[in-house]
Design a protein around this ligand. Structure first.
Ligand SMILES: Cc1cc2nc3c(=O)[nH]c(=O)nc-3n(C[C@H](O)[C@H](O)[C@H](O)COP(=O)(O)OP(=O)(O)OC[C@H]3O[C@@H](n4cnc5c(N)ncnc54)[C@H](O)[C@@H]3O)c2cc1C
Length: 235
């Protein structure tokens, strides 16, 4: 396994609680849209065993041609040791990334694509949307629906509706409105539904979609193949 140590080049305060860390891109480091990586802080591999409290899974919120590895995360006042250390890192500090993989690449199957996310889950979808806007081949249209009760919505420069590009972006600030919209979207019995958020969020969305006849193979989750049956076995 290759561990890439790299520097923080820039920190963007996206909303009061959410930051994007733009990391220097090592020359031989590449990834595809929808990828997540292991993001680790200094000292994580100092002992015999990796120190898990210094490692987190994080999606990469950029595309390689942006020439930066974007990590977007929420840091609340009450936070884990990991986030407390991260909060105090600055430009020039080193972090590690390793084991990068995409469970949710953009499937180009001439279908309508629905991106359902909660909060910072939108970070996983940013590269999918950028990829689509740059090259819409074999995708009918994309519709993004994000819920964030803080009302501080993310990436509104990219997530804004563009009818000429067949892209729609919707934000909800409460569950009632959000699930009303999901129910409407589920009227498309042939769509592809990507879902990113907490396990509870995934299960609730899956239930709403399933009740409306959407099949497991139409649902894309940011989970390893072995974990999918825990979410998508309907028996
Ligand atoms: C494939 C994958 C991709 C992911 N991508 C991302 C991503 O792009 N961005 C992202 O942010 N996360 C992502 N995650 C989730 C990420 O790995 C972390 O689990 C998540 O960010 C929570 O981090 P944390 O455990 O450091 O806790 P925190 O975010 O610090 O805390 C989680 C909750 O616990 C509370 N809490 C924590 N510590 C304390 C304390 N000491 N006292 C009181 N309350 C406390 C916090 O208030 C918060 O509500 C991803 C996970 C997976 C599996």
């Amino acid at each position: 396994m290759q561990i890439y140590w790299t520097k923080i080049n820039k920190i963007i305060q996206e909303t009061p609680e959410i930051r994007t860390y733009l990391l220097e891109r090592p020359e031989d480091f590449t990834w595809v849209e929808g990828s997540h990586t292991h993001f680790a802080l200094e000292g994580f591999n100092a002992g015999d065993k990796p120190n898990r409290s210094l490692i987190r899974h994080m999606s990469i919120s950029t595309l390689p041609h942006e020439n930066a590895i974007g990590i977007t995360t929420r840091i609340r006042e009450q936070c884990s040791e990991f986030k407390a250390i991260l909060r105090n890192l600055g430009v020039g500090d080193e972090v590690a990334i390793f084991k990068t993989h995409s469970n949710v690449p953009l499937n180009r199957e001439d279908k309508n694509v629905y991106l359902l996310s909660s909060g910072v889950g939108l970070a996983t979808f940013r590269p999918l949307v950028l990829d689509y806007l740059e090259r819409p081949d074999h995708i009918n249209q994309i519709h993004s629906l994000n819920i964030d009760s803080s009302k501080n919505f993310l990436f509104t420069d990219i997530f804004k509706s563009a009818p000429d590009k067949k892209f729609t972006a919707q934000f909800a600030d409460n569950r009632k409105d959000y699930y009303e919209e999901v129910k409407k979207l589920a009227a498309d019995k042939d769509g592809l539904f990507y879902i990113v958020g907490s396990d509870e969020f995934l299960l609730q969305n899956i239930e709403v979609l399933r009740e409306r006849g959407i099949k497991p193979e139409q649902m894309m989750l940011d989970k390893h193949e072995q974990q999918l049956p825990n979410f998508l076995s309907f028996e």
